[in-house]
Write a protein that binds this ligand. Structure first.
Ligand SMILES: C[S@@+](CC[C@H](N)C(=O)[O-])C[C@H]1O[C@@H](n2cnc3c(N)ncnc32)[C@H](O)[C@@H]1O
Length: 407
């Protein structure tokens, strides 16, 4: 049953581009899966998505004809054979054939069986690690680590081939759920280390890089804070907590649906955190024009968490690498620059603006900030950090601490 659901979701993704989370939501309504089966489903789908290019290169070796209707099912089978230690080769092949019979691919079942058996018989050859020389070749890395070649080239350019390959390999690890405690600096894996179910008041989930950007904001009691591109509201919630019951927070977000959800969440689950002395307001607006909405120089602190390529969070969202196009980076960096320009008008003298992304690309990070600082001489870069994903913590991002020094 679980593999059948996985097949339907994966087919929807391949043929119609339906996000895995949406496909899963749609398909699991029709069946009842245990927690264990749900975990299997997630591992199978998200893993197959991460390894899509690698799996497709394997299938190409054995299947010479054009993409067949059974392609989605074969991909899932190959993932099970090559990456899932909990699944025996026998189960991977036979269960795939069973799904084929149930899902209208009966005529293809012998073909599926033959291709997967071939993969099993050549398994050890297929998993050979490329040589150091080969690992410098972007096209080979793209197939071996399963990324579009342009992403590999950009990461190699930014970090060098060795570090770049480590980053790409780390982003192939399933992300853990980083749970932070409000009262200590501890961060644990929610799945492994924390079992209390009602956790809303004591903890929050945030990637270490994102948490570092909030720390950089130096929130204190009584400050006026502007949280730009605010939804779903992770940072707003932490900022509100750090204001310790005294101050002002304005959250600006363009997407009305997301903003409504953020507001609703605050009013229900996180309500106990919110002291009445904090004035929190929600505004649906485009941050590119935010300078036309508020009084200039009004805010002590601004968090600008721009929309970005999300390349630092590819472990969490494996679809990102296939959805993103190289031209998107240029488009995004233009918007990011306009947002930074516009929001900078609202900061007080000596106030701080944090420019934050989940991107690993210079065009969206350092270059945006440098261009801004060239134009705006009354701002000073106090600190910047690029967090690179590693095997222990597969999350990355960038944050820059910009202070307004003169009016
Ligand atoms: C990286 S997410 C922000 C995450 C959020 N700060 C948090 O901590 O939960 C970027 C957000 O920017 C919003 N956004 C995109 N373009 C925008 C614009 N022009 N003006 C305002 N918000 C925008 C997106 O809808 C998205 O919710």
């Amino acid at each position: 049953m679980t593999r059948e659901v996985a097949y339907k979701v994966w087919k929807l993704y391949l043929e119609k581009g339906v996000f895995l989370s949406k496909g899963i939501e749609r398909e699991i309504k029709k069946v009842s899966l245990s927690d264990q089966n749900m975990a299997f489903l997630f591992e199978l789908l998200y893993g197959t998505c991460r390894q899509k290019a690698f799996i497709e290169s394997i299938i190409k070796r054995f299947v010479k004809r054009k993409r067949t209707p059974s392609f989605a099912l074969i991909s899932l089978g190959v993932y099970q054979i090559l990456f899932m230690r909990s699944v025996t080769d026998y189960a991977a092949v036979n269960e795939s054939v069973e799904v084929a019979k149930k899902c209208g691919l009966k005529r293809e079942s012998a073909f599926i069986n033959a291709v997967l058996r071939k993969v099993v018989s050549e398994k050890s050859k297929l998993k050979v690690v490329p040589s150091d020389k080969e690992l410098k070749n972007a096209s080979l890395v793209a197939s071996y680590l399963s990324y579009p070649e342009w992403i590999v080239k950009k990461i190699h350019f930014g970090f060098g081939t060795k570090k770049g390959n480590n980053i790409l390999a780390s982003l192939n690890k399933p992300a853990f759920v980083p749970l932070h405690f409000f009262n200590t600096n501890k961060c644990v894996d929610k799945k492994k280390d924390y079992t209390i179910s009602d956790i809303d008041e004591e903890v929050f989930v945030m990637s270490p890089s994102q948490k570092a950007s909030v720390d950089m904001l130096e929130i204190k009691k009584g400050l006026k804070v502007l949280d730009l591109c605010s939804s779903p509201g992770g940072k707003a919630r932490v900022i509100e907590h750090l204001l310790k019951g005294n101050g002002e927070l304005v959250c600006v977000e363009k997407n009305i649906k997301k903003l409504r959800l953020q507001k609703k969440y605050r009013e229900t689950k996180a309500l106990k955190l919110c002291n009445s002395k904090i004035r929190t307001n929600f505004l649906c607006a485009d941050v590119t024009y935010v300078n036309e909405i508020f009084l200039s120089g009004y805010f002590d602190r601004i968090m600008l968490d721009v929309p970005c390529s999300n390349t630092g969070e590819m472990s969490k969202c494996p679809e990102v690498r296939w959805r993103l196009k190289e031209a998107d980076i240029k488009r995004l960096s233009k918007i990011q620059f306009l947002m930074l320009k516009s929001s900078s008008k609202l900061i007080k003298k000596n106030g701080l603006l944090i420019y934050s992304t989940c991107s690993l690309f210079e065009e969206e990070n350092k270059n945006v900030v440098s261009k801004f600082l060239e134009d705006e001489r009354n701002f000073f870069l106090e600190e910047e950090e690029i967090v690179t994903p590693n095997l222990k913590s597969p999350f990355g991002g960038y944050h820059a601490k910009i202070r307004k020094v003169t009016t």
